[in-house]
Design a protein around this ligand. Structure first.
Ligand SMILES: [Zn+2]
Length: 244
């Protein structure tokens, strides 16, 4: 064997060894990514279980929980100047019903609650099927009440909801259930807000209350939402200035 052929063999062995090392490296990489993925799915499985557990716990609404949520939301309304003794939103009561009704006398499994335009109170079911439906978002009781108080506000002060500033931001709310004219999701604070103008206002009002008037960062670059937010702020401040 010549020196030249020995060197050639050695070189090809080194090359082969290098490609083996490379192979092992890529296997380790894919194994570690599988482990990582399993970790992620384990995490998401845990989150699902936790979520399902929470949803199950939400089917029955205790009076204690409803009361504590109601008091919390009322204190927020008082801070905003939207509640005075015996006037403004002070007389809106919570009617606790066994099941969900749609306000028209029919039973409606997927309703978390609603503001009844006839008796001007908020109706909340004790036994709720909505939390079990994965199509519905998980909703905290305080948020449900904040949303419903939004409807109560527009019902009590229709004047503010028919003026051109409001209509320019949200569209026409005359008749609570007109379909929103523009369904582009980036213009709405939630999926439910896209239902119609009244729901759009109630959803925006909910967040306005929740965040104490401070626009969450996720919405700061969305012009239509910024305009709606400003409109809610103006309406709330104007109503706060009223005597009743
Ligand atoms: Zn609503």
């Amino acid at each position: 064997m010549s020196f030249k052929s020995i060197m050639k063999g050695a070189r090809s062995n080194i090359k082969r060894a290098g490609s083996c090392i490379k192979n092992v490296g890529s296997r380790i990489k894919s194994a570690s990514s599988s482990i990582k993925k399993t970790g992620v799915s384990l995490k998401s499985a845990k989150a699902h279980i936790k979520n399902a557990d929470y949803r199950l716990g939400e089917v029955w609404l205790s009076e204690k929980k409803l009361k504590s949520s109601f008091y919390k939301v009322r204190s927020e309304l008082r801070d905003m100047g939207l509640l005075s003794d015996g006037s403004k939103l002070d007389n809106v009561k919570i009617i606790r019903e066994t099941f969900s009704y749609d306000g028209l006398g029919g039973m409606f499994g997927g309703v978390y609650g609603f503001y009844h335009f006839d008796d001007q109170n908020i109706h909340i079911p004790t036994i709720r099927t909505a939390p079990l439906d994965p199509r519905y978002p998980v909703r905290y009781m305080v948020d449900i009440l904040r949303h419903e108080f939004g409807h109560a506000l527009s019902d009590k002060y229709p004047y503010f909801f028919n003026d051109e500033v409001f209509v320019g931001a949200f569209g026409n709310v005359c008749g609570a259930y007109k379909v929103a004219k523009d369904g582009d999701e980036k213009n709405y604070v939630s999926d439910y807000a896209r239902t119609n103008t009244a729901e759009d206002f109630a959803e925006t009002f909910l967040l306005y209350m929740k965040h104490r008037g401070k626009l969450p960062k996720e919405f700061s670059r969305r012009k239509a939402i910024r305009i709606k937010w400003e409109t809610v702020a103006t309406i709330c401040k104007d109503i706060a200035k009223l005597k009743k």
